[in-house]
Design a protein around this ligand. Structure first.
Ligand SMILES: *[C@@H]1O[C@H](CO)[C@@H](O)[C@H](O)[C@H]1NC(C)=O
Ligand SMILES: *[C@@H]1O[C@H](CO)[C@@H](O)[C@H](O)[C@H]1NC(C)=O
Ligand SMILES: *[C@@H]1O[C@H](CO)[C@@H](O)[C@H](O)[C@H]1NC(C)=O
Ligand SMILES: *[C@@H]1O[C@H](CO)[C@@H](O)[C@H](O)[C@H]1NC(C)=O
Ligand SMILES: *[C@@H]1O[C@H](CO)[C@@H](O)[C@H](O)[C@H]1NC(C)=O
Ligand SMILES: *[C@@H]1O[C@H](CO)[C@@H](O)[C@H](O)[C@H]1NC(C)=O
Length: 833
């Protein structure tokens, strides 16, 4: 869009949906108000979202601070609302890549995404990301082909993934025991998904370097296949599986499952021993790759690679002497670099070999590994005996280098890889890797620099790695166990005016203090649980499913696209990527953008995100929200529009419009253009409703209902023409482990299987919520807006008896035999009451 220019402010809009409704009191009332949030958010788009969700940081290091807020913003940018079935997921590249899972996820950085999301006050984001991988699209079958990993069968195993560890760390911060316990079965399944990579005589897992997200490593160049790299027993997957075994054992203990706790404790103990015995190079004092094939002597690679620090990311090493490895992180011939660390030691013959061409992981500085290494150091400094190899001061200079890395042209920026010695990003292609989301930073600041060490009990350990030479620093209103925690350091007492020393506040009250910088344990009280709303955005249709909401407009700029205003994505204005509809260049005095919801729906909550680039596209001076009555467009009566808040005037901020429920099949926004060919635009148009759907069979075209509209237990489920009765409406209710209960709106009873049968052709019935697992379902996307409905108890899928197309035919369960009667459309159909 040529005449547009980005405002200097960077920021992003995204919905505050759940956070706003779950807090009965404003954050300031829950926490403290020492920092000036308005000032810290200057230039951010949609500052209200940050106020609701992030802890505020104030440190006497301008780059660390600027990158912190920038990374909170890139976090927001990567939240993609995939649709009513799977909610939010985290993207990695802003545009989906062809080797990703359905809806665009790539599992390589999922561990980072879950860890980084744990400090957001709204838990739905982090929990949806977990469900996406462990119960949603991550569990779908993928091809077993070379381009997406020939050795694994589902998307959550395309790349290595430390799922249970990331989830355990999320739990330590949120305190949400039910959520993490609900994931136990999923985590065991994920863990066992690597069984075919296990060599039981060595007691180690192997992985191919490219499936650790690293092509062309030093190890790869020593194999016959430098792109993939030969399979090896590697510090990566063995550390991940070790960490995950410990995490599963801990979650099993929470669940009271002794057998599982014992089994995974044993798995962890065995791996811990094997890694230290086999992958530790006693001469090089380093953990290394050992080639699996053509390596009869079991030799370790000569080169030290940055992944050698991963064992500490999971607290694997027990031998204190192994801490000597950290000397390499400061060694100019090791990994030390101004924009480092490097991914291979400089003394290696492979260092930066062919690195001018994308993508080499034999030297270039890589945020994915840098953030893992910082986490390893945080554990070394917190959990290991005192040592002389790496100090808190060394940690700070590593963190400073990481912050300095995340700049481009003087502005915060993150892409795929950075030159270790020069201030330049490598492999930084236009419209691809801007704001690349493949690492953590926020978590390193909070858990490392400021030192919030989350605990499984009612305490919090605060152990800042920040230097005592800093006269002040603060982290304000961090969400922890449902409480708000503030940490202040003020060496004289005059900076914040609250007293001298280190002070920790919980929910606004002083909970602990000490005069020097050091570790402090405070009591935070019992966890305050957060209820996640089950409301869904029925407008989102990023996949352009033919049954879904369709957009249209009176005019669309040739640079833009109507579909992008319902793609579930809101990017900041300053990046080249485009996720918006605009009327830029319109000949009309006014334009509208409209949504066809496909059938009458009861709506009362619309959220608009106006786009404003400060040039050719501006927020409209005024606008009208209208609905289709069946023969005319009318203004939606009694609209309450959010406003007057910090966000009101920025591009991409949320305007929430609530109104008394109306029933309509179409909505539109109509607004005047500013003139001279300039326009207005929407990054997103959301419609939030309860999760109520019709279930339409693809073979018969009929809807799932209850025989004779019965409200009795054990009534049969049947298909019927769409005759408008209430027994054709089903509400999806979130259940633990990413399962759904499916409740009939007429009877209030749940969809289940007769006698909880596990046999083919057993009839579906409705039954009161009695806690049996035949009442739990998953939806498995088949593309094109069609889904399989899978029963938890039987593992079978919903179909129609004898593939009948007649009214009154029974709905049954059957094995996945590929017939068309197993395909269902899940159609939003929200009734007025
Ligand atoms: C906070 O910062 C804003 C913007 O920088 C400023 O206008 C306001 O006066 C400050 N508030 C206080 C209480 O200092
Ligand atoms: C990437 O996006 C996910 C989801 O939005 C988030 O959990 C993570 O913090 C983001 N990471 C960065 C570095 O922005
Ligand atoms: C396991 O590793 C040992 C030692 O390298 C090797 O001899 C054996 O063939 C491996 N087993 C499998 C199944 O790969
Ligand atoms: C509508 O469908 C239900 C079954 O879902 C059936 O019991 C009812 O008789 C039908 N009503 C009419 C008017 O066809
Ligand atoms: C629970 O519901 C199922 C049907 O979904 C039924 O077979 C089972 O007998 C019920 N169990 C109890 C204890 O009511
Ligand atoms: C496939 O499943 C349907 C029930 O959904 C059943 O009627 C049909 O006979 C099955 N076909 C085969 C070939 O198993």
């Amino acid at each position: 869009m040529p005449t547009m220019h980005a405002p200097s402010g960077v920021g992003m809009g995204m919905s505050v949906v759940f956070a706003l409704t779950l807090l009965s009191r404003p954050i300031a009332a829950l926490g403290t108000n020492f920092l000036n949030h308005t000032s810290l958010l200057t230039g951010r788009e949609d500052p209200d979202w940050f106020e609701e969700n992030i802890p505020f940081l104030d440190v006497p290091d301008a780059q660390i601070q600027a990158v912190y807020y920038y990374r909170c913003q890139t976090y927001k940018e990567h939240l993609v609302y995939t649709g009513a079935q799977y909610g939010y997921m985290a993207s990695e590249f802003l545009h989906p890549v062809d080797y990703g899972a359905p809806y665009g996820g790539v599992v390589a950085a999922a561990g980072h995404h879950i860890t980084e999301s744990r400090w957001l006050r709204n838990h739905q984001y982090g929990q949806d990301i977990v469900n996406y991988w462990l119960s949603g699209p991550g569990t779908f079958s993928k091809p077993t082909s070379d381009n997406v990993n020939a050795d694994t069968r589902d998307w959550a195993h395309e790349y290595s993934f430390w799922a249970a560890t990331a989830l355990w760390r999320q739990y330590l911060t949120t305190g949400d025991r039910d959520f993490v316990v609900g994931q136990l079965e999923n985590l065991v399944k994920q863990y066992r998904g690597w069984d075919n990579h296990f060599n039981s005589s060595l007691g180690l897992y192997w992985q191919v370097p490219v499936w650790d997200a690293t092509e062309y490593t030093a190890a790869s160049y020593e194999s016959s296949d430098p792109y993939h790299g030969g399979a090896g027993y590697r510090p990566t997957i063995n550390s991940y599986q070790y960490g995950d075994a410990r995490a599963i054992a801990a979650i099993a203990a929470l669940a009271g499952n002794r057998d599982l706790n014992t089994e995974y404790t044993q798995r962890a103990d065995a791996l811990q021993k094997a890694v230290q015995q086999i992958l530790w190079d006693t001469n090089a004092h380093f953990y290394k790759h050992r080639a699996r094939d053509n390596n009869p002597s079991g030799a370790l690679l000569t080169t030290r690679e940055i992944m050698g620090y991963l064992p500490w990311m999971f607290n694997l090493p027990t031998a204190a002497s192994h801490s000597a490895a950290f000397a390499q992180l400061k060694d100019p011939q090791g990994f030390s670099a101004r924009y480092g660390p490097t991914t291979a030691e400089r003394r290696s013959k492979w260092y930066m070999h062919e690195a001018a061409t994308c993508c080499r992981w034999d030297g270039p500085s890589w945020p994915f590994a840098t953030s893992q290494t910082l986490t390893a150091v945080e554990n070394l400094l917190n959990d290991y005996p005192a040592q002389t190899y790496f100090s808190a001061a060394d940690y700070l200079s590593l963190l400073r280098g990481y912050a300095a890395t995340q700049y481009k042209n003087g502005q915060p920026y993150v892409a795929e890889a950075h030159d270790p010695d020069a201030d330049v990003w490598m492999y930084d292609t236009h419209d691809h890797s801007e704001d690349y989301n493949h690492s953590t930073f926020v978590d390193n600041i909070i858990a490392g620099l400021i030192g919030l060490r989350a605990q499984p009990d009612d305490t919090l350990v605060v152990n800042p790695l920040a230097p005592s030479s800093w006269d002040h620093f603060a982290l304000e209103n961090a969400a922890y166990h449902g409480h708000s925690v503030t940490v202040l350091w003020d060496s004289t007492g005059s900076y914040y005016g609250q007293g001298q020393g280190l002070r920790v506040y919980v929910d606004g009250s002083l909970a602990g203090s000490r005069s020097t910088l050091g570790s402090l344990t405070v009591n935070v009280g019992p966890v305050v649980a957060q209820t996640i709303s089950s409301q869904v955005n029925i407008a989102a249709n990023g996949q352009k499913f033919p049954q879904g909401t369709t957009p249209s407009a009176s005019y669309t700029s040739p640079y833009d696209d109507v579909w992008r205003a319902i793609d579930g994505i809101i990017w900041r204005t300053g990046i080249p990527e485009n996720s918006r509809w605009t009327s830029y260049g319109s000949p009309n005095a006014r334009d509208y953008f409209a949504l066809d919801l496909r059938r009458p729906q009861a709506v009362s909550d619309v959220r608009l995100y106006f786009y404003d680039d400060g040039g050719g596209v501006r927020r409209p001076a005024s606008y009208d929200l209208q609905y289709w009555t069946g023969n005319a467009w009318l203004t939606v009566p009694d609209q309450q529009r959010s406003g007057g808040s910090m966000s009101a005037a920025t591009s991409n901020s949320q305007t929430k419009i609530t109104f008394p429920t109306i029933v309509t099949s179409q909505l539109r926004v109509i607004a005047p253009n500013p003139g001279a060919g300039n326009g207005w635009g929407l990054s997103e148009f959301e419609v939030w409703t309860p999760a109520v759907f019709q279930l339409r069979n693809e073979n018969s075209g009929k809807l799932m209902g209850v025989a004779g509209m019965s409200t009795a237990n054990s009534a049969n489920i049947q298909q019927y023409d769409d005759n408008g009765t209430r027994d054709h409406l089903w509400e999806f209710v979130r259940a633990p482990g990413g399962w759904f209960k499916i409740r009939n709106l007429n009877s209030g009873l749940l969809l289940g299987v007769q006698g909880a049968s596990t046999a083919n052709s057993a009839v579906l019935q409705q039954y009161e919520d009695n806690g049996t697992s035949d009442h739990l379902w998953r939806v498995v996307s088949q593309g094109n807006g069609l889904f399989l409905l899978k029963n938890k108890n039987s593992g079978l899928f919903v179909g129609v008896d004898g593939m009948s197309t007649a009214n009154g035919a029974d709905i049954v369960q059957f094995e996945d035999n590929g017939t068309k009667d197993h395909l269902w459309s899940i159609l939003p159909a929200v009734p007025a009451s």
